[in-house]
Ligand binder design. Structure first.
Ligand code: FE2
Length: 191
């Protein structure tokens, strides 16, 4: 497997943990308790600052290269790009709404809840589509020159502030919760 695809896949596994967190936090939240909202704010802050500007950008470049080589159906390629546009837009809107809710502004709890779960579902669906279509096509059809053009030189020096070793202070609590949930899921599988 090419190293770029390997990295994207690793990021999918990590993003899946955040998707589970968004689902569980949303599902368990029965009132606007501050800790849960702050955790959701941090999760959306991370998603809009890191995956939106690095992960999706690399995948969009893969789509364009594959379309140019006619190695991916136009329908699938455009669908993936459209999913990224919607995720970026919805992520920003959701972050704004969650920040308002965290400040105690008059938000519809039910509506924010629905948007959190819809966003999580969209992100999950996007990753499944990519794993089933984009990654196999890229593995089959892209060569060294394509990969050089795709790799984001500017983003290479940019560390993931949540999952790459040194956790940024802002994400310490988010990292603790996500890691604890992943460990619990592991234990459940073993049992
Ligand atoms: Fe992806």
């Amino acid at each position: 497997m090419h190293t770029v695809i390997e990295r994207l896949h690793t990021e999918h596994v990590r993003l899946a943990r955040l998707v589970r967190l968004l689902d569980s936090q949303s599902f368990l939240r029965t009132d606007a308790t501050v800790p849960n909202i702050e955790l959701l704010v941090d999760a959306l802050f991370y998603l809009t600052r890191f995956p939106d500007v690095t992960h999706h950008t690399i995948e969009d470049r893969m789509v364009e290269r594959l379309l140019a080589r006619k190695a991916l159906s136009v329908e699938v390629g455009r669908e993936i790009e459209e999913q990224h546009v919607i995720l970026i837009r919805d992520g920003r809107d959701l972050l704004r709404d969650l920040e308002s809710a965290a400040r105690g502004e008059n938000m519809s709890q039910e509506l924010v809840d629905i948007h959190v779960r819809l966003y999580a579902e969209r992100l999950r669906h996007n990753m499944v589509v990519e794993e089933l279509t984009l990654f196999p096509a890229a593995e089959r059809s892209l060569g060294d020159e394509d990969w050089r053009a795709i790799e984001d030189k500017e983003a290479q020096g940019q560390c993931d502030p949540l999952f790459d070793g040194q956790v940024a202070e802002r994400f310490a609590e988010l990292y603790r919760v996500v890691t604890a949930e992943a460990n619990a899921a592991c234990t459940e599988e073993i049992l």
